[in-house]
Design a protein around this ligand. Structure first.
Ligand code: COA
Length: 427
């Protein structure tokens, strides 16, 4: 039995933020019914395609362990079926543009009338306020949530990160909100509205930068390299390059081969507790006792210079040799791993963090499995559904519709027939 066995999710999500959330819930054992527009489906099925006519990796990697039904929730019959699904589910998740569900006729008030136990969970770009009606994608959230203004190098432009903190980050926040509301429903018997706004999610992940904003009022941020370089601080938290966000200075330094390998770098942290070990390792034993270097406070105005010296040493080793030399001395560091290296890393395959999946139209591909491991509820990654693959199954199993009802709904255009027709064509 899986942790969320018996929980049924009506998944109205598309693109990335919402699907990340429902994929997680599916991995924990929930029955996730993904509703897609007949003949069209989630737009990502066709975006960034690498294989003609096969669902894209964008779609397949975000929609594992789900069932797909195609339903036109704007037609009369489609709305009737949708109502039936709302009654049969515990949670409805959506990340449409603001107001889309209201325009379909399903406001929160109406949903509570249909099923008072239903948890109605949404991702939106912004919470209530001046921008609440705006459509939002990943990088808009990174820019409006404080990430872009604090990412990049001093003097350079604001920069977005490769980590999808706006989409996948908010999906994670929403999943926690849903599970919390489910727990609350055990006691209250009532569903509730759950909202995760992408701006809020990004800001939550950038809270140390809001910390620094307030510290700035009391003087310069001495752990920022900018301080050591004698560059004055402005009014807002600056971009800090590869500075560590914590109290232990860190930086990315070059390793052997950096001239030709763009990932021949290591993140090196000068943790105060192991300063002596660092001095010995890089060949500066005098720095252990020297008044300019011995204490963390004394080092603050020399951070860039210290990392230059560390880099002289790291450039003599490859990034894995640096890790091997530092680990026994308890010096925290991390090699910069490329996606190529991560994809090939055996330990990640063993733990199920990277999984190979087989798909009927695209063949084998790699995906990231569930990053959260439960000892009694291990996640097994099942390929994403084809468009409308489970339409008939869901209508009969969840809504008790017979073949005649299903045929009538298809004839009406309320539900799609794409899977049955593509199967028939293939046969
Ligand atoms: N049957 C009938 N109509 C359907 C449907 C279905 N099964 N599924 C979706 N639709 C309709 C919607 O009701 C909407 O119609 P409307 O505009 O008449 O109200 C329409 O399809 C398009 O939905 P929308 O959400 O506006 O898609 P979009 O492609 O224009 O915008 C986003 C995409 C991501 C910008 C937008 O959905 C959004 O801002 N979402 C919230 C924030 C978010 O999650 N962003 C991150 C995405 S990774």
């Amino acid at each position: 039995m899986k942790a969320l066995d018996g929980v049924r999710i009506l998944d109205m999500t598309h693109v990335q933020s919402g699907p990340t959330c429902t994929q997680l819930l599916a991995w924990f054992g929930a029955d996730v019914i993904k509703v897609e527009r007949p003949g069209v489906g989630d737009a990502t099925r066709g975006q960034l395609r690498d294989i003609p006519d096969a669902d894209s990796l964008y779609f397949t990697m975000l929609n594992h362990n789900k069932r797909s039904i195609t339903l036109n929730t704007k037609s009369e019959k489609g709305k009737e079926i949708f109502e039936g699904l709302l009654k049969a589910c515990d949670v409805m998740v959506e990340n449409f543009a603001p107001g889309a569900l209201d325009r379909m006729g399903f406001s929160w008030e109406r949903i509570q009338e249909i099923n008072p136990r239903l948890i109605y969970a949404s991702v939106k770009g912004f919470g209530p306020g001046p921008y609440e009606d705006c459509k939002v994608y990943e990088n808009v959230a990174q820019c409006t949530g404080g990430s872009a203004s604090t990412t990049g190098f001093l003097g350079g432009p604001p920069t977005v990160t490769g980590a999808q903190i706006g989409d996948s980050g908010t999906g994670l926040h929403l999943a926690l909100g849903i599970v919390t509301a489910l727990y609350h429903r055990e006691k209250s018997g009532k569903g509730q509205r759950v909202l995760a706004a992408m701006q809020d999610g990004v800001l939550n992940l950038c809270r140390v930068k809001l910390r620094d904003q307030q510290r700035l009022e009391h003087g310069p941020l001495k752990e920022y390299s900018q301080f050591g370089q004698g560059i004055e601080f402005g009014e807002a938290t600056p971009r800090a390059g590869n500075d560590s966000g914590g109290g232990q200075p860190g930086w990315i330094v070059k390793c052997k081969g950096w001239e030709t390998d763009p990932d021949a770098y290591v993140y090196f942290i000068t943790q105060a507790a192991v300063w002596g070990n660092i001095c010995d390792l890089i060949g500066e034993p005098d720095w252990k006792e020297h008044p300019d270097y011995a204490k963390p406070e004394a080092r603050l105005d020399k951070i860039p210079q210290i990392f230059d010296r560390i880099e002289e040493w790291t450039k003599t080793k490859n990034k894995f040799e640096v890790m091997e030399a530092c680990n026994p001395l308890n010096i925290p560091c991390g090699p910069i791993l490329s996606m190529k290296e991560l994809a090939a890393e055996p330990s990640l395959r063993e733990t199920g963090t990277i999984v190979e999946v087989d798909h009927p139209t695209r063949g084998k591909y790699l995906t990231v499995g569930n990053p959260i491991k439960l000892s009694d509820s291990p996640a097994e990654v099942v390929r994403s559904p084809l468009l409308g693959e489970h339409t008939d199954e869901i209508l009969s199993e969840v809504l008790d519709m017979d073949n005649e009802d299903i045929a009538a709904a298809k004839a009406d255009g309320a539900v799609g027939d794409e899977f049955a027709s593509s199967k028939a064509a293939a046969e």
